[in-house]
Design a protein around this ligand. Structure first.
Ligand code: FAD
Length: 362
C-alpha cells in the first residue's frame, strides 16, 4: 500500500458548504476504491493524508491535482510498501478549522504556510529526477547506479564570459535566467529531463527512443531564442543571445554522484563527454547544432541531416562523424567572432557604455 501526505492552497474562498461537499464526495469515492485518510482545511490551506492501493492512490492524486478549487499541491511525504493504515476507519474524514482569531488555528495556519513555502523553494532547487523519486516514495539516496541508454544534450550560451563582463550584472542575470527558462521549458515539453545547470550551460537527457523529440526540442529552442532576439531593442544583451547545442546518444552511468557535502543524481560517461565536445564544436563548424551519428541513426522522422565531416574531437582517439541540420533556423547562428562583429555593428564602440574588445575570451 501507499500513503501520500500533501499540502495545497485554495484557489478562491471556499464556503463551509463547498468544503463539506468536497469531503462528502471524497468519502463516497474513496469508500468505493478502498482509500482512507483525513482532509484538514485551515483557512486557505488543505492538508490531506491518503492511503490505499498504489495504483488507486496514483489515480485519485492525479484527479485531486487537477481540481481547480486548489493549487500548489506539494507532496510532503510519499511512502510505499506500508502495511498498516493510520486512518483505517475514515474513507475521508474532513475537518474544517476555520474559526478566525483563534491563536492555535493561526499557529497551524502559519505552520502550513511555512511548510508550503519551504517546499516551493526546495522544489525549485531540486533536480526533477530526484523530486520524482521523492513523490513516488523512493529515497533517492538508496537508488543504486546503473548503466542505461540515453540521449544527452549540452546547451550553452555563445560567448557568455565575454558578454557578462560587458553588460550590467542585472541584465546578465535576466538574460541567463531567460535563456535557462526557455531551454528548460522546451526540453521538458518535449519529454526531456534537465539534469543540471553548470553556469549558463544546461545538461539534459532524453530516453533512448526519443531522438525525434530531442531534435524537435533543439529546433524549438533555436526558434524561441531567435524570437527573443527579434523582440529585443538594440544594445540589450538579449540581442546577442545565441546558443550551441551538442547531442550524443549511447551508454551512460545514471545515479548518485557526489560527496557528503553535495549530491547530484545525474549521468556520467563517454556519451556525456561526447555531447560536451560536440557543443564546443558548434563554434568551429559555425552551426548551432552538432549531433553524433548515433543520434541521427536513432531518429525516424525525415530530418534534413547534413554531414559536417569526420572530425577529431578533444579526448577522442579517432575522428568521429559529426552531423548538423540543414534548416534555416541554423543559419542565424553567430560564433564568438561573429558575435563581436555584430555587437560593433549594432552598438558601435562605446555606445551603451560598452567598448567591444578585439578578441573574445570564451
Ligand atoms: P462528481 O460526483 O461528479 O461531483 C463533483 C461535484 O463536486 C460537483 O457536482 C460539484 O458540486 C463539485 N465540484 C467539482 N469540481 C468543482 C469545481 N471545480 N468547482 C466547484 N465545485 C466542483 N476526490 C476523491 O475522490 N477523493 C479525495 O480524497 C479527494 N480529496 C480532495 C481534496 C481536495 C483538497 C480537493 C480540492 C478535492 C478533493 N477531491 C477528492 C475531489 C476531486 O478533486 C474531484 O472533484 C472528485 O474526485 C470528482 O469526483 P466525481 O467525478 O465522483 O465527482
Amino acid at each position: 500500500m501507499k500513503r501520500i501526505i500533501y499540502i495545497s492552497t485554495v484557489n478562491r474562498h471556499l464556503s463551509e458548504e463547498e468544503v463539506e461537499s468536497i469531503g462528502q464526495i471524497s468519502a463516497r469515492n474513496n469508500h468505493e476504491v478502498g482509500i482512507t485518510g483525513v482532509l484538514i482545511a485551515v483557512h486557505d490551506y488543505f492538508f490531506q493524508v491518503l492511503e490505499g492501493d498504489e495504483d488507486t492512490i496514483a489515480n485519485v492524486v492525479e484527479r485531486i491535482r487537477r481540481d481547480p478549487r486548489h493549487r500548489d499541491m506539494h507532496i510532503l511525504k510519499a511512502e510505499t510498501g506500508i502495511s498498516e493504515r493510520l486512518f483505517p476507519k475514515w474513507s475521508m474524514r474532513t475537518i474544517r478549522l476555520a474559526k478566525s482569531g483563534d491563536v492555535i488555528l493561526q499557529a497551524i495556519r502559519n505552520l502550513l504556510q511555512n511548510i508550503a513555502q519551504s517546499h516551493r523553494i526546495i522544489e525549485r532547487y531540486t533536480q526533477p529526477s530526484v523530486l520524482k523519486f521523492l513523490t513516488e516514495g523512493i529515497n533517492p539516496l538508496t537508488v543504486p547506479p546503473r548503466k542505461t541508454e540515453k540521449i544527452v544534450l549540452f546547451c550553452d550560451m555563445v560567448g557568455f564570459s565575454y558578454l557578462s563582463d560587458l553588460f550590467p550584472v542585472e541584465e546578465v542575470a535576466d538574460v541567463v535566467n531567460a535563456f535557462l527558462e526557455v531551454c528548460s521549458i522546451t526540453l521538458v515539453e518535449h519529454g526531456g529531463v534537465v539534469a543540471k545547470y553548470v553556469g549558463d550551460c544546461i545538461i539534459a537527457y532524453f530516453e533512448e527512443g526519443q531522438a525525434d523529440e530531442c531534435i524537435a526540442a533543439c529546433l524549438e529552442i533555436l526558434r524561441r531564442i531567435s524570437e527573443m532576439r527579434r523582440n529585443t531593442h538594440n544594445c540589450h544583451l538579449m540581442k546577442f543571445l545565441y546558443c550551441g547545442i551538442g547531442v550524443a546518444a549511447g551508454t551512460v552511468i545514471e545515479g548518485n554522484f557526489g560527496s557528503s557535502v553535495k549530491m547530484d543524481y545525474t549521468v556520467l560517461g563517454g556519451t556525456v563527454n561526447l555531447a560536451a565536445r560536440l557543443e564546443a564544436l558548434t563554434h568551429e563548424i559555425a552551426k548551432p547544432i552538432a549531433l553524433s551519428k548515433s543520434v541521427m541513426e536513432g531518429a525516424s522522422r525525415p530530418w534534413p541531416f547534413a554531414l559536417v565531416g569526420d572530425l577529431q574531437l578533444k579526448g577522442s582517439s579517432r575522428p568521429c562523424p559529426v552531423y548538423t541540420l540543414d534548416h534555416p533556423l541554423l543559419d542565424e547562428f553567430k560564433g564568438h567572432t561573429d558575435l563581436v562583429e555584430e555587437m560593433r555593428q549594432v552598438c558601435g564602440d562605446g555606445v551603451c557604455g560598452v567598448v567591444c574588445p578585439q578578441t573574445p575570451n570564451g
